[in-house]
Each structure stands twice: as C-alpha cells, then as structure tokens.
Design a protein around this ligand. Structure first.
Ligand code: TLP
Length: 341
C-alpha cells in the first residue's frame, strides 16, 4: 500500500528512535527537561523569536496562540479553507469564546485589501477584530506558498489597525525549502508562529509555538490549562531535534515527488489538477470524469494500492513524505494516470 493520505503518517526512523532512547529527560512542567529546553531554544533561534514552547499538536499550538492573542468576543480573520476554520473542531469558540471571520482566498492566499474591508469598525456591539491568522503552506489549497510581499502588506495593515498576527506554519519548513526564504524571514511578520514536527519532518509527535518571552509565558499557562503540560517530554523533543537536524533539506525530494504525481495524474482526463498550485508536497485532485462520491473513489484507489484522503468537498488529496520513495511515487503516479472509474 502506498500511503499518500498525509505527511502525518510517517513513522520515526531507527536513527530517530535511537535519539529518543538516548534523550536526556526531566520534568518539563518544572521546566527541567533539557531536551525540551534545547528544542525550544533551537526553534526560537530558527524563527528569530525570543522564546518557544513545545506542545503536543498543531491544533494545540494554534489554539493556545489564539487564546493568548484574544479575549472572549474578539474576532479572527482567516482564509476560508484554513485549518483553524475547518479542522480544529470549533475549538476557538469553545476554548476562547471568539468568532472566526473567514474570507475566500485565491489558492489559500488573502490580500491586504480584502482583509482591510473585513476589519470591523469600533462599535461596541460588533465583534472586535483582534487577530489575522495566515497558513503557510496552505494545506487545503494544496500546499501553496504565501508570497512574502503579500505577507508584508498584511503586516503593515495589521500594525495600522493594532491587530496581531498568528501564522499556522505547520508546513513552514516546506515553504522555506521551496523558496529559499529563511524561516525567520517569514516569521518576523508575525507575533506568534506555530510549526509542526510531526508532518513532513517525520517526528511522531509535537509542535512548537515561537513568540516573545511575554507571549510564551502566558502560552505556558494555557498549555497547562488545555492539558498539554507534559512530564519527561524530552523523549519526544529529541525526535523533534533529530527531525530538524536531518529532515528539512530532504523536503525537496517530497516536492519533486509531488510534481511527478501531479503531472502524471493530470494526463488522466478523469482528474483535474491545477499544476500551478503544486508548489510543495501536496497534490489536490479534482474529479472531472464520471461523478463518484469521494469516499467511493478513495476506496477504488485503495483497491489499486494507493491511499489518498479527502480534500475540500469533491476533491482528493495526495501528500508526499519521507516514508514514500521515488519508486513508490512513480508506481502511484502510474495508477493515477491509468485510473478509470
Ligand atoms: N493537518 C492534517 C489534517 O488535520 C487535515 C493533515 O493531514 O494535513 N495546521 C495545519 C496547516 C495542518 O495541516 C494540521 C494537520 C494542523 C495544523 C494540526 O496539526 P495536528 O494534527 O498535529 O493537531
């Protein structure tokens, strides 16, 4: 079975497990886990922020960050296909008492102009626009990269309006490797950034929030409140450190593999593939031919040996990662190009 459902399906390699087994640990609720501390310092440095906090998941990284940014009754502007809006179980309303204000982007990307129009006037009976949240790369749009110039314009708009910015950078590594723009260059336009170790980098668990010292001190309180205070978490942090040290550069292979997959699938009139959106490791397959339920299609592809997942409504998503080789990708590409319902 060639598993292209997500880059979250990777399993820790032997060398990563070795690093985990040998990790120095301590009680992280007391701030005494040397491996967790090392990972946090490493990510803070990589993102050019004062401090960082290890959390169990990407969802928690986003939710803790939004909690720190907002008060109940506040509103967050984000893109309609964003992870926080679609796949985080309404957590912002449940945990922070805030409202999301989604705007339709082009390939997941919003412009400063459309955000400006959505900012609420300061009337006491309206929500208070507090945060702009962007996602880079944008998962549901197909791993698309936010243009840096666009981010800069949004930042200056946010500053003019006294609005803070959060980046869901679950796959910021992919954006950085694909463009050559350093992680800290992307990060400097945001007050808080979350990155995931458990996606393309192949760690089993974990995300990191990077921000100012003050922000992280408050985030640490909310991490505890949300149940994310872990004890000898160094065993997990060691996997994250290993992932950062060994698995960033190789993301170019995943990107090249996604392109192979997309180009071959595009040869099949059954699928519609927008090659311009295949910028990193995600391929969105529209269905042009005989209309089949996405679930049926997923089953039929699984019968032929390829696992994909559901993308936005009526679409399939295939994600390349470090546990699928070029040979397997070519095999999957062959199956997609010859697929007939
Ligand atoms: N994304 C998962 C699914 O939830 C869709 C996947 O398979 O891609 N931000 C972004 C941009 C994400 O893609 C994800 C996970 C998260 C946050 C949440 O991370 P976890 O799963 O660690 O909570």
């Amino acid at each position: 079975m060639i598993d292209l459902r997500s880059d979250t399906v990777t399993k820790p390699s032997l060398a990563m497990r070795q690093a985990m087994a040998e990790a120095e640990v301590g009680d992280d609720v007391f701030g005494e886990d040397p491996s967790v501390n090392r990972l946090q310092e490493k990510v803070a440095e990589l993102l050019g922020k004062e401090d960082a906090l290890f959390v169990p998941s990407g969802c928690m990284a986003n939710q803790v960050s939004l909690k720190v940014h907002t008060q109940p009754g506040d509103e967050v502007i984000l893109e309609y296909g964003g992870h926080v809006f679609n796949y985080e179980t309404v957590a912002p309303s449940i945990l922070s008492g805030i409202q999301l204000h989604p705007l339709p982007g082009v390939n997941g990307v919003l412009t400063a102009e459309q955000i400006e129009e959505a900012i609420r006037p300061p009337a006491y009976y309206m929500p208070r626009t507090r945060v702009i949240e962007l996602e880079n790369t944008h998962n549901r749009a197909g791993g698309t990269i936010y243009p840096l110039d666009g981010i800069k314009s949004i930042r200056s708009l946010a500053e003019r309006h006294g609005i803070t910015m959060h980046l869901d950078g679950a796959r910021l590594w992919n954006a950085s490797v694909a463009t050559g723009i350093r992680m800290k260059e992307y990060a400097k336009y945001f007050d808080s950034v979350s990155v995931c170790l458990s996606k393309g980098l192949g760690a089993p668990v974990g995300s990191v929030i990077a921000a100012s010292k003050e922000f992280i001190a408050t985030a640490r309180r909310y991490r505890k409140i949300f149940g994310g205070g872990m004890r000898q978490a160094g065993i997990l942090a060691a996997a994250g450190i290993y992932a950062i040290d060994h698995n960033i550069g190789r993301l170019t292979e995943d990107h090249a593999n996604a392109r192979v997959l997309a180009e071959r699938a595009a040869e099949n009139p059954f699928f519609s593939v927008d090659l311009a959106t295949v910028q990193t490791n995600i391929v969105i397959l529209g269905i042009r031919g005989k209309k089949l339920e996405v679930e049926t299609l997923i089953r039929k592809l699984a019968e032929r040996g390829v696992l994909v997942s559901a993308g936005s409504p009526g679409k399939l998503r295939a994600v390349t990662h470090l546990d699928v080789s070029r040979t397997q990708v070519e095999e999957a590409a062959e199956i997609l190009s010859g697929f007939a319902a």
